[in-house]
Design a protein around this ligand. Sequence first.
Ligand SMILES: [Zn+2]
Length: 94
Amino acid sequence: MRGRKEEKLTRDRERLARLQPGGAPDRPIGVSSPTQVDVIAARAPCPLCDTTLHLQQHVASTVKGTRLRVAHLVCSLCGVKRSLYFRLEQPLLH
Ligand SMILES: [Zn+2]
């Protein structure tokens, strides 16, 4: 049985996860190639139980005019779904 305290903790952790880089479309993680998305996503822990997340899908998406890559992840232990947002950055040309 889940108590009020645990529910609050879960909400806090969810909120914290969204504040992390990549946790929301307006704070994407900058990457120089799409392959980095898979590497970073594979290392991301579950915000609720710290278990490794399983990458379900990696899609290209445009949010508010910004081209993003979105990694859809699911926790193998608690089943929580999480999305990580990435922005492809062009290497600077000199
Ligand atoms: Zn989990």
